[in-house]
Design a protein around this ligand. Structure first.
Ligand code: PLP
Length: 441
């Protein structure tokens, strides 16, 4: 790809001074780093004004486009009153209002909000809280965690210990505490002729067997409800969540719903758990929570969990903190994001939008190299036949040359666009993805 001097200068400086995430830096000898100067709506603009459709919502965080006027205005107003204050011993309107509104979105069932700064810290908080609950409750042997095969819950050591993506985990295995994996209800793994629902039931029986044997030593099961993102957008039937909820109740094991990616409308309901009509014991949120503006995460939990920590003794309390916990700017961005959900009737509007995207992608789904075309809410994914180990990087470049930001996971191509994607942009995304596919043998 042709790059101008301005672009080249910035990307060379970046390659020297910035160690980029999730990257073998040597690959950037050939693979371009894209220097972004500004962004608006679904589009990112580089230093030459070349544009890219942000079809992965900047790593799954953006909901209403870049430079959303209402979120901008809310942040500017907040800047003029309070940017940040420590949350231990202090409080402020944005964090209180946000906690009340998030709790209300769970029907009041999860009435207590504990804040962190990013997704991985939310996972850490939920794991530590679950363990500590059982300890405070006189069951100190309940120290184990269960996750699904192919799960992803973040990459700090605790979160990585319940993550099951070899590429991220294997190198650090000696540092990690063991956790158990049970079969994933991912319908692609169903035996021939078995429906997604029956596959979910089959996997629930495997969970039941595991819990039957290990429940006295198990603190919690952690799941990504409906869609396991980082393993390659594995989608599954909501029946699994209903079964998991019932089994966790039967065996006195916490259910942690990691809705860091699936929350905030991504799967078609505000929370993915709503589609199974269940409530977890711990609900982890991040990514879309601020509309993609600022780092923030939160773990919501139930009254009995809160009560188990409420005592005269200091160490019965949850002595966990992050410096930026409950940052006022981030909470204000989150409140503006919740306002937009109401003002624009986002969940209903997305239903129509999703149908248009699925229709526009029909020719793509019928492409001879496309397998397992699937969708849940505002997520679409498919596997590409005949992809080699280098496919992901080559496809990324082919898409970039066609004004698309797409970042396949192995041979899985997915769309996770901002909810404000227009009909025109939907067409462009579907058409150019096909072109990129044909250009990536
Ligand atoms: C992204 C993600 C995380 C980790 O969040 P970070 O902010 O990247 O630490 C955890 N769980 C799920 C399901 C995610 O998609």
């Amino acid at each position: 790809m042709q790059t101008s001097t301005r672009n080249t200068v910035l990307l060379n400086r970046s390659r020297t001074a910035v160690w980029h995430p999730c990257t073998q830096m040597k690959h950037h000898e050939t693979l371009p780093i894209v220097p972004i100067a500004r962004a608006q709506g679904c589009w990112l603009y580089d230093c030459d004004g070349r544009r890219y459709l942000d079809a992965v919502s900047s790593w799954w965080v953006n909901l209403f486009g870049h430079a959303e006027p209402r979120i901008n205005a809310a942040l500017i107003a907040q800047l003029q009153t309070l940017e940040h204050v420590m949350l231990a011993g202090f409080t402020h309107e944005p964090v209180v209002a946000l906690s009340e509104r998030l709790s209300a979105l769970t029907g009041g069932t999860l009435g207590h909000c504990f804040y962190g700064s990013d997704g991985a810290s939310a996972t850490e908080i939920a794991l530590k809280m679950s363990f500590h609950y059982w300890r405070n409750n006189g069951q100190p042997d309940k120290t184990g965690f269960i996750s699904l095969a192919g799960s992803y819950h973040g990459e700090t050591l605790g979160a990585l210990s319940v993550t099951d993506v070899a590429l991220f985990k294997d190198t650090y295995a000696p540092l990690l505490r063991h956790s158990a994996q049970v079969p994933s209800p991912d319908w692609r793994q169903a035996a021939a002729g078995v429906s997604p629902r029956d596959h979910a039931l089959h996997c629930a029986r495997a969970l039941e067997r595991h819990l039957g044997q290990h429940h006295t030593r198990t603190a919690a099961l952690i799941v990504e409800p409906l869609v396991q993102g980082a393993t390659g957008m594995a989608m599954y039937d909501a029946e699994y969540l209903r079964q998991a909820r019932a089994l966790c109740d039967r065996y006195s094991v916490h259910l942690i719903a990691d809705e860091i990616m699936t929350g905030f409308g991504r799967t078609g309901t505000f929370f993915a758990c709503e589609q199974a009509d269940i409530t977890a014991d711990f609900l982890c949120l991040s990514k879309g929570i601020t509309g993609g503006y600022l780092p923030l995460s939160v773990v919501l939990t139930r009254e009995p969990v809160y009560q188990a920590f409420y005592a005269d003794s200091v160490t019965r309390g949850f002595l966990h903190s992050h410096s930026y916990t409950g940052n006022a700017l981030a909470c204000r961005a989150a409140l503006a994001t919740l306002d937009i959900f109401e003002q624009d009737q986002v969940i209903a509007a997305n239903r129509d939008k999703a149908q248009r995207m699925t229709a526009a992608a029909e020719p793509l789904a019928a492409h001879p190299r496309v397998r397992n075309f699937r969708t849940t809410g505002m997520i679409w994914a498919f596997e590409v036949d005949g992809a080699d180990a280098d496919f992901s990087r080559r496809f990324f470049e082919a898409a970039l040359a066609r004004e698309l930001l797409l970042r396949p996971i192995g041979n899985t191509v997915y769309f996770m666009p901002p909810y404000v994607i227009s009909d025109e942009e939907i067409e462009l995304l579907a058409t150019r993805t096909r072109e990129a596919l044909d250009a990536t043998p």
